[in-house]
Design a protein around this ligand. Structure first.
Ligand code: ATP
Ligand code: MG
Length: 557
């Protein structure tokens, strides 16, 4: 494989070379991101590079003083990305992301075009192990763009792009491919209820965070009772740090939770857990009892030297009790504070985890609709789900552990760059932990966002794969530019000019950093871009106002 010769190597740097292009017409025909091959000193090997910059520069050493004509040099800068081994033993056409040799000065450089290019791109496609086909290469529309399905999830992935650039469709596309696998295990955090149509992929379990009118017996409703919250999450939900009595309230709550969990464990006679449990152990306890005790202590009188005096907590818990009571009676928080007996059952926790982590040829793809969760507690709740999944994986016997991927759509809402208040902090902490340690326990994050500059940098920097769709905002572009490897040069300059459904793919799952047209999923998410002018042009007689008003009042669709 060679292609048309375009020039010769002029200088070599680690990972980069400059090529002098002798014929000016050739310079006009090359474009950024085209693929070139450079002759290697080894037989049967070619060094593969991507054009990163095309320049015309004055060749200063040839300037003759007084001479008005400054000779011009046509130069292209090429980023070296790997080696094509045309033959090695019986193997043919193997592409490796390593460089066995660096090009020598004056080595010939060829541009891959037309048939040669599709031949090369087909080699790339067929060289990708565990292929997750995501689309077609923009430069060679007949070749499948394959990602390594292992590597894509192993080191977490990011899907970014402005609104309407095609992220949700890309997610649907990846999920569609994954849903064909025997034991898929994915959880989608669906913030707008837009992935519901994907149920027709089969293998899908549609779940939603329970609304005000849901009952615990409803299979699809996910309840997350208060007793699942860690002590710190409980504090973040209930404690007002600005209250001067906050330390007293926190201490009392801590003791009460321990006491009540102990009572449950005694009642169910689980002596093993009883001897080892901590405040963080997910064990049901009665919030009624907690409240009753708090109320008692809040008005308690104790014997004094002569008369009765106020007890040590007298009056100090009033505001805390009020907060707890108002949260309990808030219908929107039914999924946390519902008093249904079923949720207090000791074995209920296992059923919940079963819903979240079930895998196999039925229900392995779990889509959780978070659209009815109040936005102020959303980060706490998404974080809780993430933490439960991570903890179970962590405590599971390694031989039985089954890898799971969490698709976090609209991640800027709950994996923020700057956590604002306790609940966001706790939620964020869960995802940071997964980003840092998830790999070891088979928990993968797919962070999806239209505002990468608002997504937490620690989490983003742990991700090894990037699918970047059209981004026009300079702040967002800069975040992505910084996450791309340095040597890619001007590659990220393409971010604002990508078409809808087109992306740049960079990372260890992709053999080459490339521009890809993402396949349309066979079933579309409910995220259509609305054609205003067309809609306004139609004659319409019905509207949905009455239903919307009702749904808004009920806080439930
Ligand atoms: N791969 C694709 N091929 C063709 N059209 C696409 C593709 N991806 C997206 N589109 C078009 O763009 C529209 C919006 O796509 P999508 O809902 O995926 O955007 P998004 O990036 O998720 O936006 P948001 O950030 O607002 O959620 C789709 O309804 C569809 O018309
Ligand atoms: Mg979307």
């Amino acid at each position: 494989m060679s292609g048309d010769i375009i020039g010769k190597v002029q200088s070599v740097d680690t990972g980069n070379v400059t090529i002098t292009v002798e014929k000016e017409e050739l310079l006009n025909s090359v474009q950024i991101n085209q693929i070139v091959t450079i002759d290697s000193t080894k037989v049967n090997e070619r060094i593969i590079g991507l054009i990163a910059k095309i320049m015309r520069k004055a060749s200063s050493d040839k300037i003759d003083e007084g001479d008005v004509e400054v000779p011009i040099e046509n130069v292209i800068k090429v980023v070296l990305v790997g080696t094509l081994i045309e033959r090695s033993g019986t193997d043919k056409n193997i592409f490796k992301r390593t460089l066995n040799t660096v090009p020598s000065i004056n080595a010939e450089c060829h541009l891959l075009q037309d048939e040669e290019l599709s031949k090369f791109m087909n080699i790339i496609s067929s060289n990708s192990p565990n292929p997750l086909t995501i689309g077609k290469y923009t430069i060679s529309e007949n070749s499948n763009a394959n990602l390594d399905g292992n590597k894509f999830f192993q080191r977490h992935a990011v899907i970014v792009g402005g609104t309407g650039s095609g992220k949700s469709w890309t997610v649907a596309n990846v999920l569609e491919k994954a849903s064909k696998l025997e034991s898929i295990n994915c959880i989608v955090f669906d913030l707008h209820g837009e992935y519901e149509p994907l149920k027709d992929f089969g293998n899908v379990s549609l779940l939603r965070i329970a609304g005000p009118s849901d009952s615990a017996s409803n299979e699809n409703a996910v309840f997350l009772p208060y007793w699942l919250l860690s002590y710190e999450e409980m504090e973040a939900l209930l404690l007002d740090r600005s209250d001067s009595n906050a330390p007293n309230q926190a201490r009392t709550l801590f003791d009460l939770i321990i006491t009540e969990k102990k009572k449950t464990l005694e009642a169910v006679k689980d002596s093993e857990v009883l001897n080892n449990f901590t405040i963080e152990s997910p064990v049901p306890y009665s919030i009624e009892n907690v409240l009753a005790f708090l109320r008692e202590k809040d008005v308690e009188m104790v014997p004094g030297a002569r008369t009765e005096k106020q007890g040590p907590l007298n009056g100090k818990l009033t505001r805390f009790i009020q907060r707890l009571e108002s949260k309990r009676s808030d219908k929107r928080l039914n999924f946390i504070f519902s008093s249904e007996q079923e949720l207090m059952d000791y074995n209920w926790f296992e059923k919940l985890i079963g819903k979240l982590l079930h895998f196999g040829n039925k229900n392995g793809l779990k889509i959780i609709d978070f659209s009815e969760v109040p936005s102020d507690i959303l980060p706490l709740i998404t974080g809780l789900v993430g933490r439960l999944v991570f903890s179970i994986q962590q405590w599971m016997n390694a031989d039985l552990r089954h890898p799971v991927a969490l698709f976090c759509d609209e991640a800027h809402l709950y994996i923020p760059e700057k956590a604002n208040g306790g609940m966001e902090e706790k939620g964020l902490h869960s995802f940071e932990r997964i980003a840092k340690e998830g790999r070891k326990y088979g928990v993968s994050l797919v962070v999806i966002s239209q505002r990468p500059s608002d997504v937490n940098k620690t989490v983003l920097s742990q991700c090894g794969n990037f699918i970047a769709m059209r981004l026009t905002n300079p702040d967002d572009q800069n975040v992505i530019k910084r996450l791309f490897p340095d040597n890619l040069g001007d590659f990220s300059e393409m971010l604002p000019v990508l078409d809808v459904g087109e992306c740049l793919i960079v990372g260890d799952a992709s053999l080459l950093p490339t521009r890809v047209i993402v396949d349309e999923p066979s079933i579309h998410p409910n995220s259509a871009t609305i054609d205003f002018w067309d809609e306004w042009s139609k004659k319409k007689t019905v509207n949905g106002i009455a239903d919307a008003v009702k749904a808004l009042r009920m806080q439930h669709k």
